[in-house]
Design a protein around this ligand. Structure first.
Ligand code: COI
Length: 329
């Protein structure tokens, strides 16, 4: 048995090596993403590990199958960018890492909201310019706000716990309500109800075709004036031009975007000194009350370690037993 890991970063290396040593299974690391050229390196490997937000299309699974790969193990949770039917058709098992650290993402989303509420990036910029005045950037306290959490899986629940700890009022919406939270009376019964009541909307759900551009001009119009929007989930949940317009109009007071609908050519790439071709994205970067981060909510030591270990354990389990707890398909 041997595995090849694409998109392998230097901060993951120690974990790949430790697992390899402990399990006596060869794991080869490749820095590049898996694409139509790099995929040729998968011949002779039983398992392929990957971590990228770009698409894993049908032809990729056709090729992996021809190359004899049995298992495709992603080191992250979201599977919206994989053609799972193509994997199934080709007899390739797919595993993910459903819970590498829900807190990593929840904590990051709260961090970003708090920066927006207290205008810290604006004050940083002003201080750098030697402008030490306060007004008009008066902040807001979490305990004076209603936070609307969309998606109450592991990450959403971790976010709810943190917000409750800060004394915020929390409401939640999920198409699949969690019985414990139903008992706590946190759920509202529709998106519209959440939009009407929330001062902050924070998204923690997977991307499905039904929720594509959930945040758009029509839904933003149903929100409170001055709402804050936090997205550490998937870029496709937001119609970006509509959000930009609402921020410029003052309907949305601020947004923290760790994901962006066309992020894969941008995030985790070194584009220093290069002009950005994506004009919508450039427009976002110019807004003082928008915090853009390059899909790093997950990026903690705990998460990275779990992503590597759990993905490798899953791949090994599929090779040895034909099954893994983290099997997606
Ligand atoms: C996920 O786990 O799905 C993430 O969004 C993390 C990212 C590195 C792909």
């Amino acid at each position: 048995m041997k595995f090849i890991a694409f998109n392998a970063r230097e901060d993951e290396q120690q974990y790949f090596e430790a697992w390899e040593k402990k399990n006596g299974v060869q794991v080869d690391m490749v820095e590049e993403a898996i694409d139509s050229t790099s995929i040729n390196q998968t011949v002779g490997y039983d398992g392929v590990l990957a971590l990228q937000t770009g698409v894993f299309p049908e032809k990729m699974f056709d090729k992996l199958s021809k190359n004899g790969v049995k298992v495709f193990a992603i080191r992250n949770v979201g599977v919206d960018n994989l053609d799972l039917e193509a994997a199934k058709k080709n007899g390739i098992k797919v595993t993910n890492v459903p819970a590498y650290s829900p807190n990593a993402i929840a904590e990051f989303s709260v961090t970003q909201l708090m920066q927006l509420l207290r205008n810290t990036t604006i004050f940083r910029r002003k201080v750098a310019e030697h402008d030490f005045r306060w007004a008009p950037f008066v902040g807001k306290e979490l305990r004076s706000l209603t936070v609307g959490v969309i998606g109450t899986g592991r990450i959403g629940r971790a976010a709810i716990d943190i917000y409750l700890g800060f004394g915020a009022k929390v409401i939640a919406y999920d198409v699949y309500p969690n019985p414990e939270l139903v008992q706590e009376g946190l759920y509202v019964s529709s998106y519209d109800e959440l939009f009407a009541q929330a001062d902050v909307i924070t998204m923690h759900m997977p991307a499905t075709p039904k929720d594509h551009h959930l945040i758009n001009a029509d839904t933003i119009a149903k929100m409170k004036k001055g709402v804050y929007i936090i997205n550490t989930a998937r870029g496709s949940l937001i119609n970006t031009p509509d959000l930009i317009k609402a921020i410029k109009d003052g309907q949305v007071a601020g947004a923290a975007l760790d994901t962006y609908e066309n992020e894969s050519p941008l995030f985790n790439h070194d584009l220093r000194g290069k002009e950005l071709e994506d004009k919508t994205f450039s427009e976002l970067l110019e807004l003082d009350n928008v915090l853009v981060t390059p899909h790093v909510a997950f990026y903690t030591e705990t998460a990275v370690k779990n992503m590597v270990f759990i993905a490798l354990d899953s791949a090994k389990s599929v090779c040895e037993k034909g099954h893994a707890d983290t099997l997606v398909i």
